[in-house]
Design a protein around this ligand. Structure first.
Ligand code: SAH
Length: 327
C-alpha cells in the first residue's frame, strides 16, 4: 500500500477480505474504486478450485483436491478429533526426495507452493467444510524444508493475531530430515513440533528406502541442536515395512536414538501404495516392536488410520487423479 501511496490500514482491509475467502478486488466494498483498479492491474487473485471433495464414511475425514492457478493440483486432508480439527496440508506440487514407499514422489517435483497457496489450503478447507481448524500439520505432499522460505512466510502469516491466529504449538512440520533445513528452522526458534521421518535407524536401510538420507548421525545431530535451541521435543515417524525395518535389532537401535534426544516415536503401519512393492509389517510384529521400544523406556504411539476409504492416508495423495487425467 505504501508503494502505491495508500495508507497502511488499507492493507489490513485487503487482508480481512482475503481471509474471508474473497478473491475479487472489486468486491472489496470498503476500498475506493481507484484502489480496486490499481490492485487489479498489479495483482492476480486466484481462488483454488475444488476439483474433488471426498468425505470418509468411516470417520468423517475430508479430502480436498485443489486446482491451482497454473493447472497443477494438491491435496489437503481435514481430520476430526475429539480435541479439535486438524488439517494436513501440502507444501509442494510433487516431491523430489524419492522415498521408496511414498506416492507423492513418483512424478518428481513440479514446483513449490507459495505461502499464499498454503494459507489458502487452510482457509478454503475451513470454508468448504464449515469446520474450524485448530491444528496444522505439514505432512501432505512435498518436503517442507525444501521450500523453507515459503513455509516460514506461511507460518508467520497463519500465526498472526490479526490473521488466522493459529499458535506455533499447534503446528507440526514433518521432514525427511534435511540437516541444513533443520538447522535453519532451529535458528527461527519457533515453538513448532518438528517431526522427523526416520523410518530406519541404520544408514544401510535408511539410504535404501530414503535416498535423501544424509546419514542418520548427521540428521540426529541436527535434531539435537533443534531441541537444544527451541526446547521442543522431536518426534520420529516410523512406517513399519515388512522385513525391511522391523527387526528386533532395529527396534533396539531406534530406542537408543530416541532416548538420546528424548524423542517420541510414532509407529505407522505402512500404507499400501499401488505402484510400490513394499508391504506393511504384520500386526503382530508391530505390536512386539512397540513393546520392545516401551520396555526400553521409549514413549511410543501407534498412529490411527483415518480416511482409509478415501485414500487420505500418508503417501497416497494426488496420484489417482493425475493418473486418471493422463489416461
Ligand atoms: N516430506 C515430509 C512430509 C510429507 S510425508 C516427510 O518426509 O516427512 C508425511 C509422512 O508420511 C512422512 O513421515 C512419510 O514418510 C510418510 N509416508 C509416506 N508414504 C507412506 C506410506 N506409504 N505409508 C506410511 N507412511 C508414509
Amino acid at each position: 500500500m505504501k508503494t502505491f501511496g495508500w495508507p497502511a490500514y488499507r492493507a489490513n482491509q485487503v487482508q480481512g477480505w482475503l481471509q474471508k475467502g474473497c478473491r475479487d478486488f472489486f468486491s472489496m466494498k470498503n476500498l475506493p474504486q481507484s484502489l480496486q483498479e490499481e490492485l487489479s492491474q498489479h495483482y492476480r487473485l486466484h481462488r483454488p478450485a475444488v476439483l474433488r471433495h471426498q468425505v470418509s464414511q468411516e470417520d468423517g475425514t475430508e479430502k480436498f483436491l485443489w486446482g491451482l492457478y497454473d493447472g497443477n493440483s494438491v491435496e489437503t486432508v481435514l481430520m476430526r478429533y475429539r480435541y479439535g480439527n486438524s488439517v494436513c496440508i501440502s507444501s509442494q506440487v510433487g516431491c523430489r526426495q524419492g522415498c521408496a514407499f511414498c506416492a507423492s514422489t513418483i512424478g518428481g517435483l513440479v514446483r513449490s507452493l507459495s505461502a499464499g497457496e498454503m494459507l489458502d489450503e487452510v482457509l478454503f478447507t475451513e470454508l468448504e467444510s464449515a469446520a474450524k481448524v485448530s491444528n496444522i500439520v505439514l505432512m501432505g505432499i512435498g518436503e517442507p524444508l525444501d521450500n523453507l522460505d515459503g513455509v516460514l512466510r506461511f507460518l508467520y502469516l497463519v500465526n498472526r493475531p490479526d490473521g488466522r491466529n493459529i499458535g506455533m504449538r499447534h503446528i507440526t512440520i514433518s521432514t525427511c530430515g534435511l540437516p541444513e533445513g533443520i538447522r535453519a528452522l532451529a535458528e527461527e526458534n519457533l515453538q513448532l513440533t518438528l517431526s522427523l521421518s526416520l523410518h530406519a535407524p541404520d544408514d544401510e536401510t535408511r539410504s535404501r528406502i530414503m535416498p535423501s538420507n544424509r546419514g542418520v548421525e548427521t540428521v540426529l545431530t541436527a535434531c539435537e541442536a533443534y531441541y537444544r535451541k527451541t526446547g521442543r521435543r522431536i518426534s520420529f515417524e516410523y512406517a513399519m515395512i515388512d522385513g525391511i525395518n522391523d527387526s528386533e535389532a532395529q527396534a533396539d537401535l531406534l530406542a537408543r536414538h530416541a532416548k538420546r534426544i528424548g524423542a517420541h516415536v510414532n509407529l505407522i503401519p505402512l500404507n499400501y501404495v499401488e505402484e510400490r512393492t513394499l508391504k506393511p509389517s504384520p500386526a503382530k510384529r508391530i505390536q512386539s516392536f512397540q513393546k520392545r521400544l516401551e520396555q526400553q523406556g521409549v514413549n511410543v504411539t501407534l498412529r490411527r488410520r483415518l480416511g482409509s476409504d478415501i485414500d487420505a492416508s500418508c503417501g497416497q495423495l494426488r496420484r489417482k487423479y493425475t493418473k486418471r487425467e493422463k489416461a
